[in-house]
Ligand binder design. Structure first.
Ligand code: BGC
Length: 259
């Protein structure tokens, strides 16, 4: 089987994708970004995804992994964050497979970033419990035990004062409330202390755009587990989605042989 798969990252403002070299954990070509259609309804987004894939000269048989900012259960969107609510209940795998002609496998965006970190980044080779969090507009989470993902943990939505914690400590909250790094770190401290209490992780990985500036806030945190910045930064979603697509395709092929 080829060592490449295609990865796509669907976000509220942009849809980005590239073929991924799965041996190296790197993009195999320049990434293409197309603005997310507005309103970001399933039909329009599916067309954009097909257009994006069509811009690359790739094998018809190449599996495609797609990240989506939602709870994804067996290919179906159960929620929708930063994309149109009409996604809820949509079989995203089926829609994108039909529209692109490729085998498409969809995964929550933070789960995809975590998969990439476990394979090629800050979590590579780490045993035990690893907790990945992405700090952005919202807060995403991915939980692993001995490298196995427990999907859709949604730890940004633990309640704090009656609201999702992410409203209080996402990177967007830091910007919105003009918090200093120290003020923001205080909020993060409370959040990560709670996660430590709940999951006793061996390692915490922090991703999202702001992780580029990790030296401004990670050293201010005092936790039991090591807390480290993500290693793959921007491309983690695309790479993780591609890793997942290849694994899922293998599983599907094995399943068919048994029938
Ligand atoms: C969503 C998650 C997503 C995270 C990061 C949260 O608001 O509920 O599904 O992973 O934002 O985009």
């Amino acid at each position: 089987m080829s060592k490449e798969a295609f990865g796509i990252d669907i976000g509220g403002s942009g849809i980005k994708g590239a073929p991924v070299n799965l041996k190296k954990g790197k993009l195999a070509d320049d990434r293409l970004r197309i603005p997310t259609p507005q309103p970001s309804v399933p039909d329009a987004v599916a067309d954009t995804v097909a257009q994006l894939i069509g811009s690359f000269d790739i094998d018809e048989d190449m599996p495609v992994g797609v990240t989506f900012p939602a709870v994804i259960q067996h290919g179906v969107a159960k929620t929708a964050a930063n994309v149109d609510d009409s996604w809820i209940g949509t079989d995203v795998d089926a829609l994108l497979t039909e529209r692109t002609g490729h085998d498409v496998f969809v995964v929550n965006d933070a789960d995809a970033a975590g998969i990439a970190e476990m394979e090629f980044g800050a979590g590579a080779g780490q045993k035990g419990v690893v907790l990945m969090t992405t700090l952005g507009t919202g807060v995403g989470s991915a939980l692993f035990n001995d490298g196995e993902l427990v999907p859709n943990t949604e730890l940004g939505h633990i309640l704090y004062k009656g609201e999702s914690y992410e409203k209080y400590m996402a990177d967007s909250a830091r910007e919105r409330s003009h918090l200093s790094w120290a003020e923001w770190a205080e909020r993060l401290q409370g959040y990560y202390e709670l996660l430590e209490f709940l999951f006793t992780p061996d390692l915490i990985i922090v991703g999202g755009g702001v992780s580029k500036k990790h030296e401004k806030f990670l050293p201010l945190l005092d936790l039991e587990a090591p807390i480290v910045p993500a290693g793959l930064r921007n491309e983690a979603g695309i790479i993780g989605a591609a890793v997942l697509a290849r694994k899922e395709r293998k599983k599907a092929k094995k399943g068919k042989k048994k029938d």
